[in-house]
Structure formats: structure tokens, C-alpha cells
Design a protein around this ligand. Structure first.
Ligand SMILES: [Zn+2]
Length: 212
């Protein structure tokens, strides 16, 4: 059975998801661990549960979702996997992003393995299907577990809210299409785990989300 541990990391309060099942194999979706304390929280949990990390996945390459990738590479030898359309995003290959009055620096680790729409990522007894859900960024992906009845939407869909589309490569029409065609067509009871904030459910989003 799929288990989900959420950490809220970095000043942007990003949701870092650790998924694992009865085999102890695990994947991380969007590692935003930035401080030493955050990195320790994550590795302590992995050690306590004796998990074996198999994949590091990114829904997209905004800095708050990738700050921990270098830590995971150094600690577990795994490079991130993501959609290549986001690699041209400013900052991704430089390892420095200005955000308000702050600058975030990180060691750059790029993918060797890319993910496209409908790709399957397997670990233990669990399969995740990649869904291309662009609009917040060109390469935005969601990861869907049919058996686990859940979907990890990054910054495409939040609880009763949407991702912003005013950043590099954003497109509001594309985002609405992604949500309507890829996310709202999932089974209604599917739990939505977004990149920020609380979880939701597809049926409730269809009924109550004021934007789509
Ligand atoms: Zn984002």
C-alpha cells in the first residue's frame, strides 16, 4: 500500500513528498530541502524507515521544488528526472534565482533521464503515471497513482486555486486545458497533493474551484 509523507520545506513552504510502499522502495517528488535541518529531517526519516530511494522526480523546475536535488544526488547518488521543456528556464542551469529581496543558491544537478507524458515510473509494487500538465511552466508534470487513488500536481492545481501563469513560459489557457483534460478526467475520489498547501479531491475541485 502506498504511503505518503509530506515535508514542508524552504521559505516558500513547498511540499516535498516522499512516497513508499511495503517493499520499502521510495521516490521523492519535488525535494525542496534547503537548510541543513531540513535535509536532516528528510534523511532521518528515510533512515528510520529503512527506505531505499529509487527515483527523484520533479513536477517542474521552479527553484523551490529543486533546492534539495543536489543533496539527494550527494547522499543517494540519484539524479532528478523531469520534463526537458523546463531546462531552458532562467536560473535552472545557473543555480541562482532571485526571489523578492532574497537570492537562492543551489548546486545544479541536471537529469540524465527525462520524463514525457504517459511515462510510467515504478518503485516497489507502485506505478506512477506521468501526465503532461503544462501552463504553470512548459514542462509541468503531474504524477498519478491509480492504485493509490492520488495525484501529485506540482503548481498546476492547488486546493481551490490554480498555479500562477505570469512566470517564464506560463500560459493560462494551456493551464486550464491541462486541468480540464488531464486532471478533472481522473476518478472523482482521487486525492490531489499540490506543491503548496493542503490536499484536495478531484470531485471537490470540479465543484468548488472558482477558476476552472
Ligand atoms: Zn512553480
Amino acid at each position: 500500500m502506498l504511503k505518503i509523507k509530506v515535508f514542508v520545506f524552504n521559505p516558500i513552504q513547498e511540499n516535498t513528498y516522499l512516497l513508499y510502499d511495503e517493499t520499502k522502495e521510495a521516490v521523492i517528488i519535488d525535494c525542496g530541502a534547503y537548510t541543513d535541518d531540513e535535509k536532516k529531517q528528510l534523511s532521518d526519516f528515510i533512515n528510520e524507515k529503512k527506505l531505499k530511494l529509487k527515483h527523484v522526480l520533479n513536477t517542474h523546475l521552479h527553484f523551490d521544488h529543486i533546492l534539495g536535488n543536489s543533496f539527494l544526488y550527494e547522499t543517494y547518488g540519484l539524479k532528478p528526472e523531469y520534463n526537458p521543456a523546463d531546462e531552458a528556464m532562467p536560473g535552472v542551469k545557473e543555480g541562482i534565482v532571485k526571489f523578492g529581496i532574497n537570492a537562492f543558491k543551489y548546486d545544479v544537478v541536471l537529469a540524465e533521464q527525462y520524463i514525457d507524458d504517459k511515462d510510467i515510473i515504478s518503485f516497489g509494487n507502485t506505478r506512477l503515471e506521468a501526465l503532461s500538465t503544462p501552463g504553470h511552466s512548459p514542462g509541468s508534470l503531474s504524477f498519478y497513482s491509480e492504485k493509490g487513488a492520488c495525484v501529485f500536481t506540482g503548481d498546476a492545481l492547488f486546493r481551490f486555486d490554480l498555479g500562477r501563469t505570469d512566470l517564464w513560459g506560463g500560459d493560462s489557457e494551456e493551464l486550464l486545458q491541462s486541468i480540464e483534460n488531464k486532471l478533472y478526467t481522473l476518478p472523482g475520489e482521487t486525492v490531489v497533493y499540490p506543491g503548496h498547501g493542503e490536499p484536495s479531491v478531484i470531485d471537490e475541485e470540479i465543484e468548488y474551484n472558482p477558476y476552472v
